[in-house]
Design a binder for this molecule. Structure first.
Ligand SMILES: Cc1ncc(COP(=O)(O)O)c(C=O)c1O
Length: 462
């Protein structure tokens, strides 16, 4: 409500005089924090119209609250919520700054605001009215073409625009794929162990079971594949969380299994653009586009808040995937799709990846150098992505270090606490250091604090 200024909902249904009800409702809105200090209230005429009451009643209520110190009124700038009106509990309490070193996010301070804003503006200016219609559930033609070109060029994927489906990030893609695979006859999806618990939950949410694949230095072990599996979910370029690369032999074995068992491989290429020592291994999908679903996301290269991702779907899964997409009821908004297409087409996406890759490479090197002062045990996996795994001696040591981190102003993630293991039986300990997460200015302090926290820690190779 409130035609002038903010949209304000006030519950004035209580009995008694109207002015009293408005006063009580406004006091409640302030004390609950719904109306923060400084918020400009609707004009008395607008609020009176909205509530269907006389303007004088609202004027009287505002005057009473000004007299009580809840509101302040100044000529020319209307009526605002007063600072003093906030009870102590609702005031902001200063908290010790905590630097987030958990994995899963890029440094959001690197987001290319100017380029993204320009892309939104340009693409909306060029858009036809039709491009703001419901649109193709698989995604806008412009973005599917741009993605097909990009993933072929950057990741060696074999993609036609017709095979591309735009999703709200990989999370949405996996929910959709799980349903599609179930409808195509799968009952079980094999997943990496350790691997993201959240991904297992999405698969379970579609009514499928998961089966664990041990992850060794060569990536997921195809020998663990149960015959009942209808598909396997892998992170071949940079296993999450170990950071190892799927070996050539394992790649061949997974594809042979898919062929033999009429199964599918889902290739989660979540950070494939970020390899620091050499060119990233090309996509597994290129070896068998009939059996491999390639999945990419803008969450690492740009920002997870954009919620933009893509699938390259084998012909046999296209209808099941489109049906599953329709069943989830969620498609991706046009402005984000149009802007991403623009960014990809102009090469700005590649430029941003190249720039941030340099920064993350530097951080990875600095992290490894500092840790080498403390231990001979190297970080697990290859120099790639935005996180690295540091193996620890025990789950107790994980807990101790996470607590010590909090004391030093660091938020740390550990394998046990984050639920990476399928079962406790094989669980090993480790810290997953999201060196990509902190903003640039916080990276050095984070590294210093981490080095102190890890001094004397029981770091052991697995
Ligand atoms: C293993 C893995 N896959 C995929 C993603 C990307 O998910 P989304 O695209 O939903 O942000 C992440 C992000 O942290 C990840 O860690």
């Amino acid at each position: 409500m409130g035609k002038l200024g903010i949209d304000l909902h006030l519950d004035v249904s209580g009995g008694g005089p109207r002015a009293r009800s408005i006063e009580a409702a406004l006091r409640e809105a302030v004390t609950s924090g719904r109306l923060p200090a400084g918020t400009r209230l609707p004009g008395t005429r607008g609020l009176a119209d909205d509530l269907g009451i006389a303007r004088g009643t609202v004027v009287a209520a505002y005057a009473q609250l000004v007299a009580e110190g809840w509101l302040v009124s100044a000529t020319g700038s209307g009526t605002r919520v007063a600072d003093v009106a906030l009870p102590p509990a609702a005031r902001a309490v200063p908290v010790r700054p905590v630097i987030d070193l958990r994995p899963g996010r890029p440094d959001l301070s690197l987001f290319p605001h100017a380029r993204w804003s320009a892309a939104v503006k340009r693409s909306l200016a060029a858009a036809t009215a039709g491009s703001l219609d419901y649109g193709d559930p698989a995604g806008s033609r412009a973005l599917r073409e741009a993605v097909a070109t990009y993933v072929s060029r950057a990741r060696g994927v074999r993609a036609e625009p017709e095979a591309v489906v735009i999703t709200s990030g990989f999370t949405h893609a996996l929910a959709v794929l799980s349903r599609a695979l179930r409808d195509a006859g799968a009952h079980t999806i094999a997943t990496e162990d350790p691997g993201l618990a959240h991904h297992r939950r999405l698969i379970h949410g579609a009514g499928l079971s998961t089966a664990p694949l041990r992850v060794g230095p060569d990536g997921a072990d195809p020998a663990d594949l149960p015959s009942r599996a209808g598909a396997v979910l892998l992170t071949p370029a940079h296993q999450h969380p170990r950071g190892v690369v799927l070996s050539r032999e394992a790649r061949t074995a997974f594809l042979a299994w898919a062929d033999e068992h009429d199964g599918f491989v889902v290739e989660d290429d979540y950070d494939g653009e970020f390899r620091y020592d050499r060119h990233a291994a090309g996509a597994l999908q290129a070896l068998d586009p009939e059996r491999v679903v390639f999945a990419g996301s803008a969450s690492k290269a740009l920002a997870p808040g954009l919620r933009l991702g893509w699938l390259v779907v084998p012909p046999r899964l296209r209808i099941p995937v489109l049906d599953a997409l329709a069943a989830t009821g969620a498609t991706v908004g046009a402005p984000g799709q149009l802007a991403l297409a623009d960014l990809l087409d102009r090469g700005d996406y590649d430029r941003h990846v190249r720039r941030t890759r340099q920064l993350y490479r530097k951080r990875r090197t600095e992290l490894a150098t500092r840790l080498a002062e403390l231990t001979d045990v190297p970080l697990d996996g290859v120099p790639a992505g935005l996180h690295a795994l540091l193996p620890l001696a025990s789950a107790q040591e994980e807990r101790r270090i996470v607590d010590a981190g909090l004391g030093a102003g660091l938020q740390l993630a550990s394998l046990h606490a984050a639920g990476y293991w399928h079962s406790a039986a094989r669980a090993k300990a480790g810290l997953i250091i999201g060196y990509g997460t902190p903003p640039q200015h916080a990276w050095r302090p984070a590294l210093d604090a981490l080095t102190e926290v890890l001094r004397g820690a029981a770091i052991r190779p697995w």
